[in-house]
Design a protein around this ligand. Sequence first.
Ligand SMILES: *Cc1c(COP(=O)(O)O)cnc(C)c1O
Length: 503
Amino acid sequence: MDTLSSLQNRLQELEFISRKLEQPDEAFRTHGSEPTAEAAFSYAREFLSTLPDQKAFVEDVTTPKLLQQYPVQDEPRPADEVFSVLRKVFDNVSLNAASGGHLAYIPGGGLYYASLGDYLAAVTNKYSTVFYISPAAVKMENLLIRWMCELVGYPADKSGGYLTSGGSLANLSAIVAARDAKQVKAERVPRSVVYFTHQVHHCVLKDLRVAGLAECVIREVPMTDAYEMRAEALQEMIEEDLRNQLYPWLVVASAGSTDVSAIDPLNDIADIAEKYGLWFHVDAAYGGFFLLTETGRKKMKGIHRADSVVMDPHKGLFMPYGTGAVIVKDVQTLWRSNHFDANYMQDAIPYHDEISPADISPELSRHFRGLRVWLPLQLHGLKPFRAALEEKMLLTQYFYHEVKKLGFETGPFPELSVMIYRYVPEHLKGNTAAINELNARILKKVNADGKVFISSTSLNGEYWLRLAVLSFRTHRNHIDYLLQLLKKITEEEKLSETKLHKA
Ligand SMILES: *Cc1c(COP(=O)(O)O)cnc(C)c1O
């Protein structure tokens, strides 16, 4: 009796404390100090309304130290204090990936309605893992995947896939499915050959290693001047490898390379992959959603012939980071590599016509990514997405022409919305080291200004500046700002060169 009553007392104490986690009153109450939910929303409102005036990049050396002053502790901290810390570490420091001035790497932006989707997904905590527990959440994701399969041109009956956290993991999943479908077992790995060009995203190499395929033979297929795979060279390499008793099993094409937005000749590669029985994977993490435009569809002809395709909604659909997708022509391949039966899942009714993410991905419990994609697509419709994507391509072409007028050299005409350029003044022609140094200096000056943020790449030992237009918030004014800045910087460079000469 004594133990029972002390147990009950303890339960009462614990309930009193643990109920603090339920907090609806504090989060939503409308009297007294600002409710916590309201503080979060007013911060979001303020952040978004001041976005056009915020810098795209400010070097950040202090905020990591500031965060160290807020370790996890037993006692709560006041909401005011917590939100003021957030403002300090988020506002006007480091890369502002939400800014339209973000013209580096591959931007995306982060649609506001997607954040509401995330918010509601977290509040309701829907379990988007297995169909029988959460049919609507799983169906929502599967319908988004179905839509992407249609976009690529996959047949409706067998294709499928799932939403991942990004392109790197999506590529990993495709590689694992390819590995198993092509029976690349351990003892076979050192004789198994993978083909791609130097333009392939580095995550493919990382993924091969993670998938236990680091010992595969890697062939870099030669490229055209436009950095696209030379299909006939691929065929020659495969034949040579076959003559040498090697096992060609995978070719990875880029549909929109990260460096220059090059698109490999997908139809020609598909012919070769078919002829020699290779798995044909297309990494369209960056380029995939340009399929929403007429031009994109023309340029990516043949993509439907790939065995697997990766596309990142957090790039071309402007979703917040953490949204990728892998789709395959035959969903059984993903299933074979990932399905598992566990005893604590014994109540799961085998549902033959609705695949669950848990059956075809390495994840079990997972973020309900579908809602953050579904909500903005429903609330905006596709029209503004198509317009934004076409706008980004045309902005890049506009920059291509205008930057030439400023005396810059450019790489190939941009296939999509990424291109390279560099400044090569007459007196430095042939002097690679000096040209590289000059362009690195130009990049530094642009980013020190910070209204726009640019990046660079290195091709055959040459330093190139890179323009990547993909934020939905990037418009003509950002491109014009960059052009003006480049004009100013190169004029300064010329001036100091003349002074140097006179001295
Ligand atoms: C961005 C990118 C990746 C990597 O995707 P993450 O979402 O950053 O993991 C892979 N391939 C290409 C072509 C990319 O542009």
